[in-house]
Design a protein around this ligand. Structure first.
Ligand code: SAH
Length: 344
């Protein structure tokens, strides 16, 4: 029998399902609220839905619910790193970061990743599969339930390349920001990409109010290519043009992520080139001292070097922050926890 992932349907699609089962349209809204506002994990909990309808739903529309495998809590900053199991036995990781301005969740968009960035642990074993919209939402729902607090910000910056799972990402955004669901504002959502140019442009044309973050990591095509194979396909200049286009279409300032690696992209020349590259753009640069992984010998620059790099950019009027490294003591780097779990 064919089964449909009910938690990946929008209200209109769900209304279609419900009327096919001979029920009134208002039932769809009730079910939708159970799924996306109250975030129940079993049909049993839907108290205003008839037993008959629940049974029919259970048969054809299994509920996607993630199972928490482990959670590691940072003693330094309270960051919580979760490992969740999917229905097919794959595992993914998600992170809760607690800030003064609210709770932020970093979610995975794929099981593994095929982009091959040299410093990243998530891509070492390639991509297994894309995540469904429901599986992206569930990471947020389960973390919210675990801590019993509202999640106000979401960043799609965990394992996977969100623009390599484009249709599911768009559906996820629609459901996450729906007023009948968790109702997270588009402005509180950030999507990070390694630079899939055609998709960046398509996304710009949607004119959403989400923040686009570009993983830049180098200020010349040659250096970027040495760190990120995706640069073979999309040249640095094309990627920067796509960022300008995103701002033009949406009015949203683009964030550049720049992981600093000692001796690789942290010299004064790099800072000068970077400054020239983004000159005149309405942007923000996030410097991230690289998180070393054991499979590669990338090293973090000294604190002084990082500050110096930041100052050089700031002197040229560029908006820069050094990313606080959350959860250093709990396999903070992208993909480390999942990889260790699988290896065990
Ligand atoms: N595929 C997307 C989102 C996932 S990676 C992207 O490339 O943006 C999220 C961010 O973490 C990216 O900027 C990525 O380059 C960075 N990152 C991955 N591994 C890292 C590491 N070991 N140290 C520092 N930053 C890392």
């Amino acid at each position: 029998m064919e089964q449909t992932d009910i938690k990946s349907l929008n209200l209109k699609e769900l209304t279609g399902v419900v009327s096919e089962l001979g029920e009134k349209p208002f039932r769809a809204k009730q079910i939708y609220e159970w799924l996306h506002q109250k975030q129940v994990t079993d049909y049993e909990e839907m108290t205003n839905i008839s037993k008959k309808l629940k049974e029919e739903l259970r048969e054809k529309y299994p509920l996607t619910v993630l199972k928490q495998v482990t959670v590691q809590v940072s003693k330094i900053d309270g960051t919580r790193k979760y490992l969740f199991a999917l229905a097919d036995g794959n595992v993914i990781e998600s992170v809760l970061m607690r800030y003064k301005h609210g709770n932020s969740v970093c979610i995975s968009s794929q099981v593994g990743c095929r982009m091959g960035c040299r410093f990243c642990a998530s891509t070492l074993d390639g991509k297994v599969r894309d995540l469904l919209p429901s599986e992206m939402l569930e990471q947020i729902y389960r973390i919210g339930a675990d801590i019993g607090e509202r999640i106000s910000n979401v960043v799609v910056m965990g394992t996977g390349e969100p623009l390599d799972n484009y249709d599911n990402l768009l559906k996820f955004i629609e459901l996450l920001t729906d007023e009948n669901g968790l109702n997270i504002s588009q402005r509180n959502l950030t999507v990070s990409t390694c630079g899939i140019v055609p998709r960046m442009r398509e996304l710009a044309e949607k004119k959403l109010q989400i923040t686009l973050a570009l993983s830049l990591h180098a200020s010349s095509q040659e250096k970027r290519l040495a760190l990120m194979p995706v640069a073979n396909k999309y040249e640095l200049s094309e990627v920067i043009d796509a960022c300008r286009y995103y701002f033009e279409k949406t009015g949203r300032r683009v964030t550049f992520e720049y992981s600093l690696v000692a001796g690789v992209n942290d010299t004064d020349t790099d800072a000068a080139e970077l400054q020239a590259l983004v000159r005149g753009m309405n942007c923000h640069i996030n410097l991230i001292p690289v998180n070393p992984i054991k499979e590669r010998d990338f090293v973090q620059p000294s604190r002084d070097r990082v500050l110096d790099f930041k100052n050089k950019l700031e002197k040229n009027g560029i908006n820069v922050t050094i990313r606080r490294e959350m959860g250093r003591d709990i396999d903070g780097a992208c993909g480390q926890l999942r990889k260790r779990y699988i290896e065990r």
